[in-house]
Design a binder for this molecule. Structure first.
Ligand code: NDP
Ligand code: ENO
Length: 449
């Protein structure tokens, strides 16, 4: 780590450039300028006047375009849509000052690194980053991947570390190949699960929290709804980019769709023993070494419902047991792909940790897995929902494997539109839930294996 004196000197003389002043770019611009760095940013030139007004009181400087950012900056971060990274680096990359360090924030690093190698002058170093959380999450303690891909100047790496240190994140040093493999292992299947839940509800035109205490009621259901709606309140390109541009993600999303289909087939064929055997094998693989307390408990989860109903209001009714196909399929996918999710805690996003917590709860809370298998075979209350869910999982998988950004966008936005009226409320409750679960998880989940 550089000395305080050195950092003070850098703060007085160096400039950080941010190209793309969207959610993540703005988060970085504010954090860096609050920490005393000189920051210069741009977004699309056509929005310059509007943005100038919006950020009139900001500590950072706003300029018209990436050329103007590039010619002044000593470290440039491209915080733009993954699908456009190549085009945007081609446009502004050659304007980078001699000796500049360049990096980006896109969620999959292969296309970003390819663009940097192709369009940046050879005298630029490439040190890129990825904050493994959304823009509304407190950066402190969250994983931040730093990739030192090409450094010819001895101070570059130390400089980037010094800049990033104001985020107070947990810096993890990887190659871009390691990063892409690990983020596919953690994010691809998790997002596929929540995207598919949301699509299935939208297709059957169902707001699951409105069915009283009969269906979709209880702690696990609250997490499914809150996280799914949280994803749909974000921008489509974030999820499209990390799934479509990461080749390892395709295989995993396909496996998720296959697991959902195969488990569903066992359920409708009433093949209880086969279903049980398969899930117990997956349980042994994923949770076999688990010791200690579970991440989640009912009292935490019950608090975060969008539903206005309360089970105490109606003591005669009991929620119908769900087959939890979406959660069973994720653990089955990890097993089939040979992924030990605990291996990746060091690079985990908040949603991944919550998803792991929910899966852990389903498989390890005494009696719950048996009750779930029993419901899947003998109680068909969720069978139509499950059918719709399987179709959705397969649709997402094919959109991703055809690498079709336009269809991804249409599919995402049609679900988003369906849930639109609920998104602000869902985000508020989801934020509270995530905060509680994550503070709880510090004691319970191993950060590193
Ligand atoms: N949101 C998240 O949870 C996370 C996102 N990421 C990644 O970070 C990157 C940014 O994401 P996020 O901030 O959420 O997305 P945003 O859409 O909010 O930000 C991207 C910004 O870049 C702008 N932009 C597009 N073209 C140019 C250009 N030529 N010059 C300058 N600016 C341009 C966009 O404008 P316009 O909208 O008009 O195109 C937009 O304002 C993405 O690659 C994403 O995958 C990483 C971690 C978390
Ligand atoms: O926590 C999650 O999985 C999110 O959905 C937020 C997110 C989205 C994209 C990233 O590259 C990193 C984090």
């Amino acid at each position: 780590m550089a000395s305080q004196e050195k950092i003070k000197q850098w703060k007085a003389t160096k400039v950080i450039g941010i190209i793309g002043l969207g959610d993540m770019g703005l988060l970085y611009a504010n954090k860096f300028s609050d920490a005393g760095w000189k920051v210069i940013c741009c977004d699309r030139e056509e929005f310059y006047d509007e943005l100038k007004e919006k950020h009139a009181s900001a500590k950072f400087e706003l300029v018209k375009n990436g050329h103007l950012v590039s010619r002044k900056s000593d470290y440039i971060i491209y915080s733009v849509e993954a699908s456009n990274i190549s085009k945007i680096v081609a446009m502004y990359g050659p304007s980078s000052k001699v000796g500049t360090i360049v990096g980006g924030q896109t969620s999959c690093k292969l296309p970003e690194i390819e663009a940097f190698e192709q369009y940046l002058p050879k005298d630029c170093d490439i040190i890129t980053v990825h904050s493994l959380h959304g823009p509304k999450v407190n950066t402190e303690g969250q994983p931040l991947v730093v990739i030192n891909h090409r450094s010819q100047y001895p101070e570059s790496f130390e400089f980037v570390n010094s800049v990033m240190s104001c985020l107070k994140s947990k810096q993890v040093y990887l190659t871009y190949e390691e990063h892409d493999k690990i983020t596919a292992d953690t994010q691809a299947v998790t997002h596929a699960a929540f995207l598919s839940m949301g699509s299935a509800w939208a297709k059957i035109k169902l707001y699951p929290w409105t069915l009283g205490i009969n269906k979709w009621y209880g702690g696990l259901e609250n997490v499914k709804v809150n996280i799914s709606l949280r994803i749909y309140s974000n921008k489509w390109h974030v999820y499209a980019g990390l799934a479509i541009t990461n080749p390892s993600a395709h295989q995993q999303i396909l496996q998720y769709a296959t697991s959902a289909t195969e488990l569903f087939s066992l359920m409708i064929d009433n093949r209880e023993q086969e279903l049980t055997d398969r899930l117990l094998k997956a349980k042994q693989f994923v949770f076999g070494k688990h010791t200690g307390l579970l991440l989640l408990d009912d009292t935490i989860l019950e608090k975060y419902s969008l539903s206005k109903n309360n089970i105490g209001d109606n003591t005669n009714s009991k929620p119908l047991p769900n087959s939890h196909l979406s959660l069973l399929a994720i653990v089955d996918s990890w097993f089939q792909l040979g992924i030990d999710p605990y291996d990746h805690m060091i690079c985990s996003t908040p949603l991944f940790r919550i998803f792991l917590g929910v899966s852990e709860y389903l498989f390890l809370k005494p009696g719950l897995l048996k009750q779930t298998i029993d419901a899947a075979i003998h109680d068909k209350s969720f069978i139509k929902d499950d059918l719709e869910f399987v179709i959705s999982a397969r649709e997402w998988s094919s959109v991703v494997s055809f690498a079709n950004f336009e269809i991804y966008k249409k599919q995402f936005q049609s679900v988003q539109k369906f849930f639109e009226p609920m998104l602000p409320e869902a985000n508020r409750i989801g934020n509270e839930m995530i905060k509680t679960i994550l503070s709880h998880s510090k004691e319970r989940l191993p950060v590193e294996k």
